[in-house]
Design a protein around this ligand. Sequence first.
Ligand code: CTP
Length: 442
Amino acid sequence: MTKVITYGTYDLFHYGHQRLLERAKELGDYLIVGVTADDFDKQRGKINVKQSLMERIESVRATGLADEIIIEEYEGQKIDDIKRYDVDVFTVGSDWVGYFDYLKDYCDVVYLERTKGVSSTEIRSKNQSISLGLVGGGNILKKYYNESEFVNGIDVDLVFINNENEKDFYQNENLMLAESYDELLNVVDAVVIASHPSKHYMQIKKALNRGKHVLCESPFALHEDECSELEHLAIDNNLILMDSIKTAYSTAYYRLLLLIKGGNIGDVYSIDATCTSLREVKDNSWNSITFWGPTALLPIFQILGVDYKNKTINSLMLEDKNNFDLFTKIDFRYDNAVASIKVANSVKSEGELIISGSKGYAYVPAPWWKTDYFELRYENLEENKKYFYQLDGEGIRYELVAFIKSIELGKNNSYVSFNVSKAICKIMEDFENNDLNIIKKH
Ligand code: CTP
């Protein structure tokens, strides 16, 4: 019996896929089709795959051509599969000519003529794009623009910036600048907000009231009840409201969460997260707690939950600027655990994340918020494990994909739940009202 194997994503199954599978089947008696896992596609840079792995497998199954369907999950798996399934022929379309010649040491390699004029990419881009408006300023807004270029299904149509000096960047990209926020809302379907945190609440509210979907830099608001109000407004109007904390979308961070929740370091007793950077303090600067707080709080609230017993906030405040902290440390007490964050825009420290458990601990080196790597460490050093994952666009790219998918499906796919968003807003509120432990700097 001649066994044939072929691999692909098979997104939005089309005639080209059908023809390839038919010809692959004719090369032997038994056809194995490898369908790429979502994570593996991300690693290969295919981030806009529209259908889930299950849907894509179903399309292949429906052809009746595959005798066996397997999932391709990692680089180098093809050699393993060829050996494991005792494969005689490996085949793919001619878009890959030469690329898989290294497999000739293991079996025959056949490149089949690619069917002209059809591809998943083309079908994806023909589906109507979502018109996106960018609001705010700074490097973060530019990053959203740059990353949007990698994501199918969105067009940045208008930008409303709060700083005249940044005009050139967008004009050089041939983007239209809106005169006002209202003008922008007239044109677009969805907005990405990266303005000063004091403006978030009003800008989100306005967008939702005008029927626009929103992806906003965290925190949504500086008060907990405002956050709840926004949540209800979004739900009542069937709109997507997503809290933007890019770290939540980093594959390494997400995997770390799953491993911790799966008990790989036992019960978690302590989490320490530090995020610092040295930044010039300007008029429109974000203070340390709004700039770094949401990111530093993320692992604490996602792992230990939001029902802490109490907390202490200590800040080093700038004397002549209202509510401007140069450095803040918050200590949390839970029923069975403790946690702390250190955040600063004017103090430098080691930006690491350490999660301590009863069996071992997780160590994420600086800068942990944009890491592609972490370790699980144990008493017995031989058990230590290192994990590496690709990180594209600091997570922003995947975040935009999640936003677009949520809009298309009409279902919030955010990696940050409203509970967590609300707990973050509560911290912002308590920080504002905190009159304990404040050290003024002259
Ligand atoms: N294929 C083909 N003819 C086409 C499109 C795809 O023969 N017009 C083949 C590919 O060469 C591959 C298999 O079908 O062997 C699965 O391809 P896949 O990458 O899933 O599909 P594409 O349409 O090429 O997807 P994309 O546009 O995302 O690259």
